[in-house]
Design a protein around this ligand. Structure first.
Ligand SMILES: Cc1ncc(C[n+]2csc(CCOP(=O)(O)OP(=O)(O)O)c2C)c(N)n1
Ligand SMILES: [Mg+2]
Length: 679
């Protein structure tokens, strides 16, 4: 018994030692917090987590979401004990080309469930994954249930997003979620008592969580707390582990160097501790700082053996289930295929002259009948952003009943977006979320991570311009489109444009853009939609077919005979204003006019040069119209062109008045183009 306890402490110390060694060698990193969390990580990974050491991406695994990405050395160390990472991998910590970046970047094949670093998002990803798990268990049975573990620190507890995550997890009764809070009283620049005096346990209890507070270094208490969490079916669990920052550190004189803010974010030697003496104090050898103790090796070999047995007996159970339930098994496989659903989008019926948010609603209603593994959600705007087209055909997810497919997130856009990331990371479910475009700002930190991680989250952003009208400038997006399209310019680590941003010009384009959104399984997609009705764009024959041009990012909507005198271009509802302006130009000046709809500049710029030149001939003047900042169209209509955009915040007034005041009228299109061409 005594021996058994010792070896676990030794394993935890080994994690502390590797952590110190990694940061020391890299000459940068965050050792203190990771050294405090080592005990929990060792017990969790060795005795509780179900996963396949040979296939860390196995879909039936328990998940572990790290929130404080700066504690990466702790995670990398335990993955090294498992042989999932090598000693060389951790010797390359934070170096170019390594698989051990400063903050973990999602890598299922190496047991990294999420990209973490922006505090608060990691544990909210876990809430999303726990929702996905409940959703799947409801459909496939208890046998596929698994636990979502997450690890949070003082920073994550303080970040506002934790309010949304805590509320939603409690409200939905996510008994499959277990969160460890590394409560070490220290944060980056101060002790926590400088900034907070809340009763965190009471706060989470008030949200409906099961909460225990333990000594985070006491392995029996950790086990008891985890065991108790396993019994909780309808409440998420919070284990507040009181830990010691930089546990085991000593200075040159051998005095304790624990509980120091200075060990948060630099090698322990730089902070003032003695690397050598601290190594020895923890049973290590400074000459061989990346050593794994022989008995810890044996311990982990034994653990790996047991994990393999656990996985193989699970696989037997799975096989039996599949044989007895072939239809369900095929469905499960399909859910996790990550492929876009096979749908005939031409069957979507659109009414004439509607707002693109209404057109999106029609598409979502169509999806509700066809896509079983989609969760649509909204931050309390379903009836405005029109995600309610989907909601009307399903029910909301609620405590004890995950048979529906709609998540009512409440007013918490950032939380919602991070939950969507978690759903996508879990796999098996397609996440869609809506809010007003102006509030995409609130989602942005999670959108950025979705772009970095390459997650196929879909954003439904309605009320796309000052034409929101009477609600005034707080609700009228101006700079948002230029801002979000920067992610179209930014490449992800696969070398692709990190996000697809689509602003359809009418109902037919909206259907086509939704198809692109679902087919885009490698990056997030945004749909930017109008509040107000839009006249359908002209079509010689079949508008649905014409609108397929959006697949190239930009296409010719209406053309002149022969070489155009001018090309008019825009996205969204401004295209229809161009159509009316073009009529005036033809009538009064007999001009040859081409109209181009550009739902995505980023996508258009990835087409071959010939196509780009065929749509926007280099020697023809261009006029761009945008309800956003003029810079939104600079890359398309700059140079030999002119752009009419909005250079100020909007005002509260009926949108038709604003159109007049701001010059978004056919008459102003006429005037601007006449000036451009000096006619
Ligand atoms: C959103 C966000 N804001 C700020 C930071 C910078 N930062 C990294 S860790 C940290 C606080 C660290 O405190 P804690 O979470 O308690 O970690 P510990 O010091 O205990 O390791 C801060 C402010 C960040 N990573 N993310
Ligand atoms: Mg802390």
């Amino acid at each position: 018994m005594h021996m058994a306890i010792d070896i676990h402490l030794k394993a935890a110390d080994n994690i502390r030692l590797l952590t110190m060694a990694m940061v020391e060698k890299a000459k940068s990193g965050h050792p203190g917090g990771a050294m405090g969390g080592a005990d929990f990580i060792h017990i969790l990974f060795s005795e509780y987590m179900r996963f396949d050491p040979d296939r860390p991406d196995w879909i039936h695994r328990d998940r572990f979401f790290l929130d404080p990405g700066h504690m990466s050395p702790m995670l990398y160390s335990v993955l090294t004990l498992y042989g999932i990472l090598s000693i060389d991998d951790i010797k390359n910590f934070r170096q170019w080309g390594s698989v051990t970046p400063g903050h973990p970047e999602v890598d299922f094949s190496r047991g990294i469930e999420n990209t973490s670093g922006p505090l608060g998002q990691g544990h909210t990803n876990a809430v999303g994954a726990a929702i996905a798990e409940k959703f799947l268990v409801q459909r496939f049975g208890d046998w596929i249930s698994h636990i979502i573990y997450t690890f949070i620190s003082d920073g994550g507890i303080q970040e506002e997003i934790s309010q949304g995550a805590g509320r939603i997890a409690g409200h939905l009764g996510l008994g499959n979620l277990v969160m460890f809070y590394d409560s070490n009283d220290i944060q980056l620049s101060t002790e926590t008592n400088v900034v907070t005096s809340e009763d965190t346990a009471a706060k989470y209890r008030a949200w409906g969580w099961h909460v225990v507070t333990i000594d985070g270094h006491n392995h029996s208490e950790i086990r008891e707390a985890l065991d108790a969490s396993m019994m909780e079916k309808d409440r998420p669990s919070l284990i507040i582990g009181r830990t010691i920052m930089g546990k085991g550190l000593v200075d040159d004189d051998g005095n304790s160097f624990e509980k120091k803010t200075s060990t948060h974010g630099q090698p322990v030697s730089k902070a003032g501790a003695s690397f050598e003496k601290s190594m020895r104090n923890l049973g290590g050898d400074p000459e061989d700082s990346f050593n794994i103790f022989d008995d810890v090796k044996i311990l982990y070999e034994d653990i790996i053996g047991r994990k393999r047995e656990q996985v193989s007996s699970f696989r037997k159970k799975e096989k039996e289930w599949s044989e007895n339930n072939p239809a369900l098994a095929a469905r499960l496989k399909n859910f996790f295929s990550g492929r876009a659903p096979d749908i005939d989008y031409s069957e979507v019926e659109q009414k004439e002259g509607i707002a693109t948010r209404a057109a999106s609603s029609a598409v979502l209603a169509f999806f509700a009948d066809k896509i079983e593994n989609m969760i649509v959600s909204s931050a309390d705007l379903a009836n405005s952003d029109k995600t309610d087209g989907f909601l009307k055909k399903t029910s909301v997810l609620r405590k004890g009943d995950f048979s529906g497919q709609f998540l009512q997130a409440g007013v918490s856009e950032l939380t919602l977006a991070a939950i969507m990331n978690g759903i996508a990371l879990h796999g098996g479910v397609i996440p869609v979320c809506g809010t007003f475009f102006v509030f995409s700002d609130f989602m942005k930190p999670a959108v950025r991570l979705a772009a970095l991680m390459g997650l196929p989250v879909k954003y439904v952003w309605s009320h796309d311009a000052f034409r929101v009208g009477e609600d005034g400038p707080t609700h009228q997006p101006v700079e948002q489109e230029a801002q979000i399209r920067l992610l179209e310019h930014l490449k992800n680590h696969s070398g692709e444009s990190s996000m697809l941003v689509l602003r359809p010009a009418d109902a037919a384009e909206t259907t086509a853009c939704w198809q692109m959104a679902l087919e885009n399984t490698g990056t997030p997609t945004a749909l930017i939609l109008s509040r107000q009705n839009i006249a359908d764009l002209p079509s010689a024959g079949n508008r649905y077919k014409d609108a397929q041009g959006v697949r190239k990012g930009a296409y010719i909507v209406a053309d002149s005979n022969g070489k155009p005198d001018v090309v008019l271009l825009a996205s969204g509802s401004e295209v229809s204003t161009l159509v009316e302006g073009a009529a005036l130009l033809r009538e009064r000046k007999n001009l040859n006019i081409r109209i181009v709809s550009v739902p995505s500049e980023g996508l258009f710029r990835r087409q071959d040069k010939d196509y780009q030149d065929s749509v926007l001939p280099v020697d023809v003047p261009r006029f761009g119209l945008t309800a956003g900042l003029p810079v939104t169209l600079l890359g398309l209509a700059g140079g030999n062109g002119r752009i009419w955009g909005l250079e100020q915040f909007g005002y509260s007034a009926p949108y038709k008045v604003l159109d007049e005041q701001f010059g978004f009228t056919p008459e102003n299109v006429y005037k601007q183009v006449r000036d451009l061409l000096s006619l």
